[in-house]
Write a protein that binds this ligand. Structure first.
Ligand SMILES: *[C@@H]1O[C@H](CO)[C@@H](O)[C@H](O)[C@H]1NC(C)=O
Ligand SMILES: *[C@@H]1O[C@H](CO)[C@@H](O)[C@H](O)[C@H]1NC(C)=O
Ligand SMILES: *[C@@H]1O[C@H](CO)[C@@H](O)[C@H](O)[C@H]1NC(C)=O
Ligand SMILES: *[C@@H]1O[C@H](CO)[C@@H](O)[C@H](O)[C@H]1NC(C)=O
Ligand SMILES: *[C@@H]1O[C@H](CO)[C@@H](O)[C@H](O)[C@H]1NC(C)=O
Ligand SMILES: *[C@@H]1O[C@H](CO)[C@@H](O)[C@H](O)[C@H]1NC(C)=O
Ligand SMILES: *[C@@H]1O[C@H](CO)[C@@H](O)[C@H](O)[C@H]1NC(C)=O
Ligand SMILES: *[C@@H]1O[C@H](CO)[C@@H](O)[C@H](O)[C@H]1NC(C)=O
Ligand SMILES: *[C@@H]1O[C@H](CO)[C@@H](O)[C@H](O)[C@H]1NC(C)=O
Ligand SMILES: *[C@@H]1O[C@H](CO)[C@@H](O)[C@H](O)[C@H]1NC(C)=O
Ligand SMILES: *[C@@H]1O[C@H](CO)[C@@H](O)[C@H](O)[C@H]1NC(C)=O
Length: 695
């Protein structure tokens, strides 16, 4: 409310002053990713007000999926929220010559427009924005280009709002387009379960930074040699393995998904693809075979390579038909024009089996669905066979992998996912092969000549392993977040904390490269604008921000009648939750103290629960007197102080099984379970409940 009043007052002032002063607008702000060019023009700025019209040019308004009209409607919703307008007229159609007596944002798809990638190939993701005092025109050759143009406008508004400046854009022309076609991120949804609501929010987040792919690694298993390969041991039957697409009732594939509560139905997955597509993000599904296939062998043990339960035996007569039957079932679910068959880390001794399998699947999937396939770069030396050049290779590893510059030179399309720059792996408390977030030093200056990383850079030290920005076979880049320590190592929101800044810096480099364009961001520029954009990204609330009436207080309930439901589903860290609690002696060790959409706090052992995983504090509440508990949380940890004894902080932790070698302890961050106080079989009293922002 306060913000709204300020904005209204500002726009009244501006409309009064516009004529008398011929207002100079603030200049264009830097944003993420950086814009290729802006040419200022003389004339007054465009001032946003709730009185604007959003018009989509009738010609091509309903071409494609999503259409320019769909994108314009999402833009309108985002504009309402970012500018805190209470009203904007519904989006409508215009003809080429329509004019409006009011200020207008035109969205104009014109297939004759040409934009090109750094390698000169055409892209439909470029756009042009012409700004004068009365209108803004976003022109693009396809709806997706216009969509990215709307992100550009909104980022300008976010910074203006944050700086308390007028909601205006200077007169002139922006021309912008990506350097590379593929700008994505991969999430290991095989070893860690993620629901589609969370994934939709991640798409919305990534989309604000013009990333265009979410690669979902949707089947895998934990890796633990004692379980997998231990002599005479059947441990492999119990090692966590998952396949996330839920076969329909009665399907012969039912045995592939025993844990239905950790799988996506076709309807869930369809909604996810639609939500992401409506924000310009394509889901690239991956079903990984013939390695990483424990989940298939748990279902059909006869298919495993002897002694290697995570590898499929490609010479067994049932193996390839089984893999094909899986694709037969799920290909119709997938809306992307490409899918990944994984195909990483298979026995180099079985190179010919591997290569003929990959080529067979490429043809099969193409024949069935017209889709093409991607595989992870894999070292499979053969003197007689080679992988089809129809297949895109996603490079991730030296030197076992084929060398990307050589692959491109011999005609393969390559996507750069080089682990040195682009891999994250949950919480690596083992001393860390991979960092928590993308290493900013590396991204800004880790290339051989001290320049920043970009999709054409594959090695930090060896310039012969990188290529020029205009290599026609370099499709772009995908950063990856792996979940080697499984479901209980991190909450889904902790995964977002790892990705939030990483995706933004990656997006700058994947769109603009490093020092290709004069307008590319410096690290200081990025650092200055990133927090503003992160805090205001539309279409999601992964920070779990709540608006508070005053100060830091979310609520203060002296004696809530249990179970008591608030209007707040969850509160992201940092926060402090304090309360006094006394369970009744009738059932002292059961029930729920607090619950919310992201976490639950149980009485028993003060156990936190997040997505089905339990994290116990091992503390038993007294039945005789009130215990005073203060829970403090940041994005790095959550701890309790009991009865004011602040010298003894009790941290909620997890135990991670690191490759079966040793157990590592890691702190857990939980969002506040703010929605319901009391619940389940809890009996007793919870009072003086105060939830405040700040640790
Ligand atoms: C776009 O490129 C095509 C072929 O490269 C060319 O024929 C056409 O004139 C160009 N259109 C515009 C508007 O520049
Ligand atoms: C602004 O641009 C629009 C579209 O090109 C044009 O119709 C209008 O006359 C321009 N207005 C001013 C004030 O230049
Ligand atoms: C693969 O399956 C074939 C056919 O059943 C079998 O002869 C062969 O020994 C198996 N290979 C391995 C390595 O398990
Ligand atoms: C690539 O795919 C096409 C069909 O789309 C096929 O005709 C061609 O033989 C394939 N090329 C290779 C090298 O596999
Ligand atoms: C660079 O490529 C060569 C082969 O051309 C390879 O042997 C080497 O390992 C690569 N260097 C790095 C740092 O990965
Ligand atoms: C990478 O390699 C290309 C081609 O060899 C070269 O032109 C460029 O300067 C190198 N750039 C960096 C950052 O190493
Ligand atoms: C919560 O309310 C009580 C009175 O009901 C008051 O004494 C206390 O100061 C309040 N706490 C905060 C943090 O506002
Ligand atoms: C799914 O069910 C299994 C078995 O009951 C349980 O261990 C797991 O925590 C559940 N997963 C979720 C996400 O709730
Ligand atoms: C509480 O924690 C202790 C020690 O960690 C454990 O032995 C006990 O089984 C737990 N109780 C419940 C009900 O989970
Ligand atoms: C997490 O799962 C691993 C198995 O992957 C298990 O060894 C560990 O004890 C679990 N940790 C917790 C806190 O439950
Ligand atoms: C948890 O966080 C606290 C506070 O930063 C730190 O002292 C402690 O070492 C951390 N524990 C682990 C296991 O990382």
């Amino acid at each position: 409310m306060v913000l709204l009043l300020r904005v209204l007052r500002l726009s009244i002032l501006l409309s009064l002053s516009r004529w008398s002063l011929a207002t100079e607008s603030h200049p264009l702000y830097t944003q993420i990713p950086s814009l290729a060019t802006f040419t200022p023009a003389t004339g007054s700025a465009f001032e946003f007000s709730s009185d604007i019209d959003i018009l989509v040019r009738r010609n091509h308004a309903f071409t494609g999926s999503p259409t320019a009209f769909d994108f314009a409607e999402t833009f309108r919703e985002d504009l309402l929220s970012i500018a805190s307008f209470t009203h904007i007229n519904p989006v409508s159609l215009s003809s080429a010559k329509s004019s409006s007596s009011r200020e207008v944002i035109f969205i104009n798809v014109d297939p004759r427009l040409n934009f090109t990638l750094f390698n000169g190939k055409p892209t439909n993701e470029g756009y042009k924005i012409s700004i004068n005092q009365t209108s803004i025109t976003i022109s693009a050759s396809a709806p997706i280009g216009a969509w990215w143009g709307t992100r550009t406008l909104l980022q300008q508004l976010v910074v203006a709002v944050a700086n308390g400046e007028s909601l205006s854009l200077p007169a002139g022309e922006i021309i912008d387009s990506p350097g590379w076609e593929v700008r994505g991120f991969m999430l290991d949804a095989g070893r860690h379960w993620f629901d589609t609501t969370f994934l939709s929010e991640l798409c919305a987040y990534a989309s604000f930074f013009k990333l265009n792919e979410l690669h979902l690694h949707a089947s895998d298993n934990l890796w633990n040699p004692a379980f997998l390969y231990g002599e005479g041991n059947e441990g492999w039957k119990n090692l966590y393995a998952a396949f996330r697409f839920q076969p329909p009732p009665g399907s012969p594939l039912a045995g592939l998904v025993p844990r239905k509560n950790e799988s996506w139905t076709q309807a869930d997955f369809h909604t996810l693809q639609t939500n992401c597509a409506r924000r310009g993000v394509t889901i690239i599904p991956e079903i990984d075979t013939p390695g990483h296939s424990l989940v298939i062998n748990q279902w059909k043990p006869q298919l495993m390579v002897n002694g290697e339960p995570d590898h499929l035996n490609l010479s067994h007569p049932e193996t390839i038909p089984t893999i094909k039957s899986i694709w037969d079932e799920f290909l119709p679910w997938f809306e992307s024009s490409e899918v990944s068959i994984g195909a990483d880390e298979y026995d180099a001794a079985l190179a010919n089996d591997y290569i003929s399998f990959v080529n067979e699947m490429s043809d099969y999937i193409h024949t069935k669905s017209s889709k093409s396939i991607r595989i992870w770069g894999t070292n499979e030396p053969s003197t007689t066979m080679s992988v089809s050049k129809n297949i895109t290779i996603q490079h991730w590893d030296f030197p076992g992998d084929d060398i990307p510059v050589e692959l491109m030179a011999s005609g393969y399309d390559v996507i750069n996912s080089e682990q040195f720059f682009l891999y994250l792996d949950e919480k690596t408390s083992d001393g860390g092969q991979f960092p928590q977030e993308l290493n900013q030093d590396l991204i800004w200056s880790g290339a051989p000549d001290g320049k920043g990383w970009a999709p054409n850079i594959f090695s930090p030290t060896d310039p012969t392993n990188n290529t020029s920005v205009d290599n026609p076979h370099l499709r772009g880049s995908i950063m990856a977040l792996w979940c080697d320590w499984g479901n209980n190592a991190t909450t889904k929101l902790e995964i977002y904390y790892q990705l939030s800044r990483s995706l933004a810096v990656f997006a700058e480099k994947a769109w603009a490269g490093s020092e290709v364009r004069e307008t590319g961001l410096t690290r200081d520029q990025f650092d200055a604008v990133y927090p503003l954009l992160n805090a205001a990204t539309p279409g999601q609330n992964l920070n779990r921000v709540v608006k508070v009436a005053k100060g830091n207080l979310v609520y203060n309930l002296s004696d809530p009648h249990l179970p008591f439901t608030t209007s707040i589903p969850s509160v992201g860290p940092p926060y402090t939750l304090t309360f006094n609690v006394k369970p009744s002696s009738r059932s002292p060790d059961t029930g729920i103290l607090f619950s919310g959409i992201d976490s639950v706090l149980h009485v028993s052992n003060l156990t936190f629960e997040a997505t089905g995983q339990l994290y116990s504090l091992g503390y038993t509440l007294s039945q005789d007197e009130y215990t005073h508990i203060a829970i403090h949380a940041t994005r790095d940890y959550t701890y309790a102080v009991i009865n004011g004894n602040s010298d003894a902080r009790l941290y909620w932790t997890t135990l991670m099984d690191i490759w079966g070698d040793y157990m590592a302890v890691g702190n857990m961050s939980f969002a506040a379970p703010a929605q319901t106080i009391g619940g389940g079989a809890f009996s007793g009293s919870i009072k003086d409940v105060v939830l405040q922002l700040g640790e």
